[in-house]
Design a protein around this ligand. Structure first.
Ligand code: SAH
Ligand code: SF4
Ligand code: F3S
Length: 470
């Protein structure tokens, strides 16, 4: 079981003290003007949720937020290590801050998140970017105020990576980005060690949050007007395994679902090895649970699934998916796929294609395998050249485009409940999403943003629907 640190409602006294001290320092430096922070987040929703905590701590330290780094007193990049491309973007964007630091030497530039938990990356950042003052990993989030205070006061560069694997910190203030769509972490870390994946190394072991804390947070969100809440974890289906009282994800989901209100409850990510029929029944019988299941299968070939250490096979995957289709009316299925895992042949890849044709996903997140330092797959024989993998990748996109178009066309004429999310930026149109997480564009007044509306679907364009207010 994880050691729960400070399960009370407030962050430890010590960190609160540091936030006060930062506010005082900044007040003097800015001569009474509000200090400004710029926070950029890379990677998955887990990182978005972490950034919301960092912003919570910054807000409590007196900061306001800006959308561009130019005027900021504090710049933070929260980084992602999942693929090489994600890391390259960070390196490029950090390099671009050099001139800003030269112009305004008093600004503090910090990097945090998953990339920083890798020793070789943290060292590279430290050595190549002397203008970066503070580097900390995912395990150091809870004492960010202390780290920031030390950076501000003694001006020395700080690099901090931890491996506080078995601890879980509660009571950190959160400043959510959205006012009607929000993330709610229910667990941290991952124990699965899929052979391609860096996440367990940079996020540590699986820790489930206390059910009552999650429940109160969900209730607070619903009461303050959140309409779309996503429960977050790398493998939500194993929620509760590290807790003593036999709670599991299905129970947590039903309990939250019992809270009154007009809202949708989503969750991600589910792992097929732990996705039970009971869970599907819970979704099917839920009041607020969205009719969407994101269930990454990664590969359609059993040989590759084994090499990936995924602990399910094609047959088991199809069994769950078919059960979901049978029980959840008009279920929307989405998935993640890796193309070109080491040793994958075109024959294996064709099994992935046949699986997506069989299941008919609404949308897919597709990636070309990217070797990650320290993972088993990095050392596996990988004879297929990148160009060849790119060809397979494009083939996959073409097949999926057709499937998505077909699925979306089948919705034309229906009336769907849609959460209106924002403006498309063209033709005074708004954009929203269905319960199945499908995008709908429509003409409607902007004051409807953040509300549920009934929308008649009039057209389908690939994976996007067009509609009109009913
Ligand atoms: N916990 C989630 C996924 C987290 S990472 C799950 O298990 O489903 C999100 C996706 O990134 C993964 O599903 C996988 O498709 C992809 N991914 C992870 N590591 C990768 C790598 N080394 N190369 C390419 N894609 C990768
Ligand atoms: Fe990575 Fe696998 Fe854990 Fe997902 S379940 S985060 S893919 S190790
Ligand atoms: Fe990236 Fe870390 Fe998420 S590696 S995908 S930000 S858990």
């Amino acid at each position: 079981m994880a050691d729960i640190i400070n399960p009370a409602d407030k962050l430890s006294e010590k960190q609160s003290e540091y936030m006060k001290l930062i506010a005082e320092i900044m007040e003097i430096r800015k001569r009474g003007e509000k200090p400004l922070a710029f926070v950029r987040t890379y990677g998955c929703q887990q990182n978005v949720a972490d950034s919301e905590k960092i912003k919570g701590m910054l807000a409590q330290s007196g900061f306001d937020f800006v959308d561009a780094p130019d005027d900021a007193d504090f710049i933070l990049f929260n980084t992602c290590a999942v693929r090489e491309h994600a890391e390259d973007r960070v390196f490029g964007n950090v390099g671009a801050l050099k001139n800003l630091k030269r112009k305004h030497p008093q600004i503090l530039i910090a990097l945090c998140g998953c990339m920083m938990e890798q020793e070789h990356i943290a060292n590279r950042i430290y050595n190549s970017f002397p203008f970066v003052g503070l580097v900390f990993g995912t395990h150091s989030l809870h004492h960010f105020p202390e780290l920031m205070y030390n950076s501000l006061v003694n001006g020395k560069r700080i690099i901090e990576r931890g491996n506080d694997d078995n601890k879980l910190y509660e009571g950190i203030p959160v400043r959510r980005d959205g006012s009607f769509k929000g993330w709610l972490p229910i667990m941290y870390g991952c124990n699965n060690f899929c052979t391609y994946c860096i996440v367990p190394y940079v996020r540590g072991r699986e820790r489930s949050r206390d059910k009552n804390i999650i429940f109160s947070e969900a209730r607070e969100m619903i009461q303050s007007g959140y309409k779309d809440i996503t429960l977050l974890g790398q493998n939500v289906n194993s929620y509760g395994k590290s807790l003593p009282d036999g709670v599991n994800f299905g129970k947590l989901l039903s309990e939250i679902d019992s809270i009154d209100g007009d809202y949708w409850l989503r969750f991600m990510t589910s792992h097929p090895k732990d996705c039970s029929k009971e869970l599907i029944d819970t979704i099917a019988n839920g009041t607020h649970i969205s009719k969407h299941l994101h269930l990454p299968f990664q590969s359609g070939s059993d040989r590759i699934l084994k090499a990936m250490n995924r602990h399910y096979d094609r047959k088991k995957y199809l069994e769950i998916v078919n059960y979901a289709k049978e029980k959840i009316e008009d279920v929307s299925l989405t998935s993640d796929i890796i193309v070109g895992f080491p040793g994958e042949t075109y024959e294996d890849f064709k099994e992935t294609l046949s699986l997506i044709k069989e299941v008919e996903f609404t949308s897919l997140f597709t990636f070309i395998f990217s070797p990650r330092v320290g993972t088993p797959a990095e050392k596996m024989d990988d004879p297929i050249p990148y160009e060849e993998k790119s060809k397979w990748f494009r083939e996959l996109l073409d097949v999926q485009e057709e499937i998505a178009a077909k699925r979306c066309s089948s919705m034309v004429g229906r009336i769907e409940k849609v959460l209106i999310e924002g403006e498309t930026g063209k033709n005074d149109e708004l954009t929203g999403r269905t319960s199945g997480n499908i995008i709908v564009e429509l003409k409607a007044p902007a004051n409807l943003i953040g509300t549920f509306q009934n929308v008649k679907i009039t057209k389908a364009r690939n994976w996007i629907l067009k509609g009109e207010l009913v």
